[in-house]
Design a protein around this ligand. Structure first.
Ligand code: GTP
Ligand code: MG
Ligand code: NA
Length: 343
């Protein structure tokens, strides 16, 4: 293994944007799943989490750069709802992530929750990439499944290319009006100041290799400090729910550190701090959504970053959005309880 491989954790990437811009569909395309089709009215109403192992990303980006050095174990992707009523979930999601993808529908340009998401990201100085999605909707678009974006654009007629340029410039102008400099990523000469745009289709997959590679490379390049693995547990509750066969469970995002089966944990509840033990640590299979019912893998220990389902007693009292604390041998339980109640 190359230097750094053991020390970096997976970056957490949040997918944000206006309702129906294609956030879930983009993830479905990458995962090869059908989560979006199973959603009520096609609307995401929860935060999701999916782990993409780095081998998978390496494989899908081969055509772009055969020997790109990818030093992180993978990418933990958080899906968020775009519907206006879920500002709290978008805020929670954006607070968890190291990097984000802001999805914009090329046919609509900027919309109200695009701007809301943008402001959430800027408030925290979060790096992000704009995915200019639904390019297959351009009239006359010739699909090229999975193709890198430059290759796909070269194959289009002059009319399609002109229409693409016109809509791209429109979006760049709208973003400029929000005080943001952006540019197509392969023309961007000033990546520190100018945010990258990657055109994509969640239906035919053009631009997806570009998006995946840029996400990993940009994270590795600009966030080594932040992504350095630390053995201090940082873990937040996404959801409290009954899972068939497991009673009430909590879905969490482990941002840093390691969780073990049998760990004593503390979290806040309306009745005060709750102390309990991790009975089981479950994850979906790689490339599967945590929020979707399925089969789970059992783990003795899990290293960050991961989306995890925890089973144990008393979890029904947990509150989404709060932190989970682990009591280690040298810790003072009363102090940990106090920290938990500060949430
Ligand atoms: P919310 O989570 O509810 O905010 O929506 P979303 O951003 O996750 O969008 P979703 O994945 O639900 O997609 C909305 C609709 O757009 C669905 O009907 C998708 O099939 C369609 N769609 C998404 N991406 C694309 C794309 O790249 N091209 C085309 N043609 N349709 C797309
Ligand atoms: Mg969605
Ligand atoms: Na939707």
């Amino acid at each position: 293994p190359h230097k750094g491989e053991e020390t970096l954790r997976s970056p957490i990437c949040c997918v944000m944007g206006h309702v129906d811009t294609g956030k879930t569909k983009l993830l479905d395309y990458i995962r090869g799943t059908h989560v979006q089709e199973g959603e009520a009215r096609g609307i995401t109403q929860q935060i999701g989490a999916t782990f993409f192992p780095v081998e998978n990303i390496r494989d899908r980006t081969k055509e772009l750069k055969a020997d790109a050095r990818l030093n992180v174990p993978g990418l933990l992707v958080i899906d968020t709802p775009g519907h206006e009523s879920f500002t709290n979930l978008r805020s929670h999601g954006s607070g968890l992530c190291d990097i984000a993808v802001l999805v914009v529908n090329i046919m609509h340009g900027l919309e109200p929750q695009t701007i809301e998401s943008l402001n959430l990201l800027r408030k925290r100085n979060t790096e992000f990439i704009v995915a200019l999605n639904k390019i297959d909707r351009l009239y006359g678009w010739k699909t090229q499944p999975n193709a890198p974006i430059r290759k796909a654009l070269k194959q289009q007629s002059k009319d399609v290319q002109n229409e693409f340029d016109r809509r791209l410039i429109e979006v760049i102008t709208q973003l400029k009006e929000q005080g943001l400099n952006t540019e197509l990523y392969y023309k961007n000469k000033d990546m520190g100041e100018t945010f990258n745009i990657v055109p994509t289709s969640a239906i035919s997959g053009e631009g997806i290799p570009d998006l995946l590679l840029l996400l990993i490379q940009w994270s590795q390049k600009t966030m080594v400090e932040k992504l350095t693995f630390r053995n201090v547990v940082q873990c937040t509750v996404l959801e409290v729910k009954v899972t068939k066969g497991h009673g009430t469970t909590i879905d969490v995002v482990l941002v840093n550190g390691v969780l073990h089966e049998g760990d004593q944990i503390v979290f806040c509840s309306l009745q005060g701090p709750i102390v309990t033990t991790i009975r089981a640590l479950l994850t979906p299979h790689p490339m599967q959504e945590l929020r979707v019912k399925g089969t789970y893998l059992h783990h003795k220990a899990i290293k960050a970053a991961q989306g995890i389902k925890i089973t144990g007693q008393g979890l029904e009292h947990a509150i989404a959005g709060t932190s989970l604390y682990v009591v280690r041998r040298d810790d003072d339980l009363e102090e940990v309880k106090e920290s938990a109640m500060q949430d």
